[in-house]
Design a protein around this ligand. Structure first.
Ligand code: SF4
Length: 162
């Protein structure tokens, strides 16, 4: 088992790190006014990619929902599904597109059950990924709120039906 998988199999610890990261990001929002979002994004992109690529195989979608998916990156699903598995999960829990790979949603479910915080967020219906934010810093998008701007046509009233 690879080192990143070993780390991801400790989602409770990772969720504590996420929470700390969120707390810090919210307190550093004044930097957006001081430096501008673009400059901050230029500075933070590389460290975010460096750290998250190694731990989560992050694809820099710019709208991080790791804490809602058992600290398992949904963008590593070959179909980029952000709301659970497709109908093609094999009987052994592996992916229909990449048979050698375990379905990321099987991992997401298992890991979410180990978490104390954010566990129930797995049930939240996520909006479609906004491709305009691909290859941008989710840390900066969190600070500016850009990751909360919903794409046209998305009806989040369905969330309450779940
Ligand atoms: S959800 Fe997006 S930002 Fe978060 S780890 Fe996955 S690709 Fe990276």
């Amino acid at each position: 088992m690879g080192i990143s998988r070993r780390i991801q199999n400790h989602p409770r610890m990772l969720a504590i790190g996420y929470r700390a990261n969120y707390w810090i990001a919210m307190r550093l929002r004044f930097l957006i006014r001081l430096l501008g979002a673009e400059r901050l994004a230029r500075w933070l992109y590389a460290p975010e990619e460096f750290s998250k690529r190694r731990i989560f195989d992050c694809r820099m979608c710019g709208q991080c929902i790791l804490h809602s998916t058992g600290m398992t990156c949904p963008m590593t699903c070959p179909k980029n599904l952000r709301n659970g598995p497709c109908g093609g999960v094999r009987a052994n829990g592996h992916c229909e597109v990449k048979p050698e790979m375990r379905c990321i949603w099987v991992d997401a479910y298992d890991r979410s059950q180990m978490m104390t915080t954010y566990r129930d967020e797995l049930h939240i219906v996520q909006p479609p990924v906004d491709r305009r934010l691909m290859k941008t810093s989710s840390w900066v998008n969190l600070m500016t709120g850009a990751d909360k701007i919903e794409v046209a046509g998305w009806d989040d009233s369905r969330e309450s039906e779940v």
